[in-house]
Design a protein around this ligand. Structure first.
Ligand code: FES
Length: 105
């Protein structure tokens, strides 16, 4: 299991133990994190956008695909460490990562 912390819009934090192999979006929605994830992971909506809290964590993730980058351009509140969480797989390598729910998604 990998520990993931979500920072909610109100500043509160939700810490969860996530099953490797799931997407971070699936973990977030299963734990009532307030994202829409309208397309359920088919890379067609950008409403699973979250901000990786720390550049060093962002650098540890596999680079986003071109399709993800194109879709990210449509996300509200885009930052340099933004990702679409349906495209990130939980693994031991991201144990301890922190994601912030963007203000205006
Ligand atoms: Fe739609 Fe991630 S859930 S792009």
């Amino acid at each position: 299991m990998a520990k993931i912390t979500f920072i909610n819009r109100d500043g509160s934090e939700t810490e969860v133990e996530a099953q490797p192999g799931l997407s971070v979006m699936e973990v977030a929605t299963a734990n009532d994190i307030d994202i829409e994830a309208a397309c359920e992971g088919s890379l067609a909506c950008a409403t699973c956008h979250m901000v990786v809290e720390d550049q060093s964590w962002y650098d540890k993730l596999d680079a986003p695909s071109e399709d993800e980058e194109d879709m990210l351009d449509l996300a509200f509140g885009l930052t340099k460490t933004s990702r679409l969480t349906c495209q990130i797989r939980v693994s031991d390598a991201i144990d301890g990562i922190r994601f912030r729910v963007p203000e205006d998604s």
